[in-house]
Design a protein around this ligand. Structure first.
Ligand code: GDP
Length: 299
């Protein structure tokens, strides 16, 4: 929690400073409420949520003097209400051999690292894991995945650079089925520069996987970089449409994160949030906890 709190300090400090400047020795009136709402919007919480929180604060307190701590408590409670319904663990279906997890997201958001961390967790639970190096455009991504494979004892299926990602995914799934592997995680390319090509490739990967197992992919995880703020909304929109995202992982919540956007995403899309990334290390992936996140962001 302390780490998350430190990671979210950019958001929570902005909120905290905002609360102090808005409410110090001032009554809760139309002006202070408007200023408060602006603080929340600046912190990326989204218009709808900012309005709802402001309304909750107003209720029963209008015209009265109010302390910063009370504002923070209301804020934490309201944010928690938004986040609690989407804080859901990633469920691996033991009946699937393998349960196929497709990992999508813009380059640099932490796909490969998240796959490595998740592989470590699954291995610790006694599951057999295979990783498919589906970002066939970047040598570094393939190399990184191989290293994660060695670290975690997961098998890695990789091809030469420029190989067809869909073909690789297909072969990996066939091999995982033949071996009775529990979980197959497929890394993908995330070059947003050429969106049409990228989306066509993702669609093809999914189509080809379905040929081998019509129920797959069983989970489609989207990684979002907490430091990028508002861009994350658009990424949820795009990848949601093309890849049918089933859950989110927000990474880099240890740095100078702008985690407020997660609240806006939760309110707008209602997609499950499974994990948060709080560092580059193998153990730096934590289940998403709505209350902790809400308390950390409220400062
Ligand atoms: P990909 O291009 O989406 O596969 O992204 P990578 O997994 O290669 O990650 C990009 C960079 O972000 C790497 O330097 C990772 O070590 C780093 N990274 C990933 N997740 C986290 C996180 O939760 N916290 C921090 N601080 N860095 C992270």
């Amino acid at each position: 929690f302390q780490r998350l709190k430190a990671g979210l300090s950019r958001s929570s400090n902005a909120i905290s400073d905002g609360i102090v400047s808005v409410f110090t020795k001032r009554k809760l009136d139309a002006d202070t409420l408007e200023d408060f709402e602006d603080v929340l919007i600046q912190a990326d919480l989204g218009l709808t949520t900012a309005a709802a929180i402001t309304e909750a604060l107003k209720k029963g307190r209008f015209g009265k003097e109010i302390e910063g701590d009370e504002v923070r408590a209301v804020l934490a409670e309201e944010v928690s209400k938004v986040l609690a319904p989407v804080a859901k663990p990633l469920v691996i279906d033991p009946a699937r051999k393998p349960h196929v997890v497709l990992v999508v997201g813009v380059n640099g958001t932490g796909k490969t690292t998240t796959i490595g961390k998740l592989a470590s967790k699954l291995r610790a639970d006694g599951r057999s894991v295979m990783l498919a190096a589906g970002d066939t455009f970047r040598a570094a991504a393939v190399e990184q995945l191989k290293i994660w494979g060695q670290r975690t004892g997961a098998a890695v299926v990789a091809r030469s650079i420029g190989a067809d990602a869909a073909g690789l995914a297909f072969d990996a799934l066939k091999e995982a089925q033949a071996n009775g592997t529990d979980v197959l995680m497929i890394d993908t390319a995330g070059r947003l520069q050429n969106r049409t090509e990228l989306m066509a490739e993702l669609e093809k990967v999914i189509r080809v996987i379905k040929k081998q197992d019509p129920t797959a992919p069983h989970s489609v995880l989207l990684t979002l970089d907490a430091t990028t703020g508002q861009n994350a909304l658009q990424q949820v929109e795009i990848f949601g449409r093309v890849a049918g995202v089933t859950g989110l992982v927000m990474t880099k919540l240890d740095g100078t994160a702008r985690g407020g956007i997660l609240v806006a995403i939760a309110a707008k899309y209602g997609l499950p949030i499974h994990f948060i990334g709080v560092g580059e290390g193998i153990n730096d992936l934590e289940p998403f906890a709505a209350d902790d996140f809400a308390r950390a962001i409220a400062g």
